[in-house]
Write a protein that binds this ligand. Structure first.
Ligand code: NAD
Ligand code: SER
Length: 327
């Protein structure tokens, strides 16, 4: 049996660090090559090979795929919703060209599987707000959402036209403590924990009653691995699967944190990200993922909050020690 050799592109980002560690646990450290534009993340050091790689440089990417005998590619490099609105051309260029480069090389080099994440950002103000279905009206208003929607159809195209086994999930907002988020509208749900633990207060950039679909990172990593390990015959969606875990507002997560940190206070100063958040559904219907490959989340708001506070505290103390704030 041929051993899998996996290339993770964008491995030093919020998802990349944890996904790379999990793939290395499953397939072995040396079988998973981490790559990014950035310096290698501290948590990845010593766990497996790392290469500096710009996914926009197609030749460089091609050389790595051949040199490393890559059998699977996970493409995580992207510009997210909030940063994308600051530089729409750059967001379109990176989000689209990176995917086309990967799909082309995967097809030419007979890479067996490709993973590329989409997002709830494909949906727009005309999509159903509550329990948004897999197949519905999709009219995104952000450049990020447009790039994700177009990307979904490129994945679908490469599957149907060339038989490439490309799989995708529409992640909700992801909450994690190991690596920081990289410029999304849902980032408030991570920032709130940092500020709660260091200042016991948080000034939120969304309104108190803005409900959004969210997921704790361990669920997102497990969903990714389960999708990629599912039997090919069970994969009926070749654009991107809806997946869901929880839906809450800033006021609800604030109240949940207050149960553990009684003095915690949250204030609201909505900015341009409010418009983005209001264009997305409040919750997602993920029945097709549940049926096709038995997706089921493990964490709700209460469980995620307990975990985040438990693991973030030492992480913040370590960061403060590093910055010389605590002696
Ligand atoms: P992130 O911004 O934290 O990480 C992206 C990584 O890509 C960074 O480490 C960055 O240095 C790297 N990168 C950027 N340009 C590159 C280039 N030219 N070549 C190589 N690497 C490059 O993003 P993330 O949150 O980890 O998201 C990963 C994927 O998941 C993206 O496609 C994103 O749209 C999608 N997604 C994320 C969320 C979320 O809440 N985090 C939700 C939905 C979808
Ligand atoms: N978390 C992402 C964002 O806010 C959703 O794709 O951009």
């Amino acid at each position: 049996m041929i051993k899998e050799k996996i290339l993770v592109i964008g491995a030093c980002g919020q998802i990349g660090v944890e996904l790379t560690l999990e793939l290395r646990r499953i397939y072995g450290g040396s079988q998973v090559v981490a790559s990014d534009l950035r310096e290698e993340n501290e948590l990845l050091k010593g766990t497996g090979p790392y290469v500096s790689l710009d996914v926009m440089n197609k030749e460089m990417l091609h050389v790595q795929v051949i040199r490393q005998n890559v059998t699977q590619i996970y493409l995580l490099a992207a510009i997210l919703s909030a940063t994308g609105e600051k530089n729409p051309n750059l967001a379109w260029s990176l989000n689209m060209q990176s995917l086309l480069n990967v799909l082309e090389i995967a097809r030419d080099e007979q890479v067996k599987k490709v993973y590329w994440p989409s997002s709830i950002a494909v949906f727009g103000p005309t999509s159903p707000r509550v329990l948004c279905p897999q197949h519905t009206i999709i009219e995104p208003i952000t450049v990020y959402g447009i790039s994700k929607y177009a990307g979904e159809f490129w994945c679908n195209y490469y599957h149907h036209r060339y038989g490439l086994d490309v799989r995708s999930l529409r992640y909700p907002g992801l909450i994690s403590y190991k690596s920081e988020p990289g410029g999304g509208t849902t980032d408030y749900a991570v920032e709130i924990f940092y500020d709660a633990l260091s200042e016991n207060r948080y000034d939120c950039f969304l309104k108190e009653d803005t409900f959004l679909p969210m997921m704790y990172m361990p669920d997102a990593i497990r969903a990714t691995v389960e999708l990629m390990e599912a039997e090919e015959k069970n994969i009926t969606v070749r654009t991107s699967y809806n997946i869901a875990a929880m839906s809450f507002s800033p006021s609800e997560i604030g109240a949940e944190i207050k149960k553990h940190l009684p003095g915690f206070e949250i204030t609201y100063q909505p900015d341009y990200r409010q418009t983005i958040a209001e264009s997305w559904p409040q919750s997602i219907d993920d029945r097709i993922a549940r049926n096709d490959w038995h997706w089921k989340p493990a964490y709700d708001l209460a469980g995620m909050t307990v975990d985040m506070l438990k693991y973030m505290k030492p992480a913040i103390e370590a960061r403060n020690r590093k910055n010389g704030k605590v002696h």
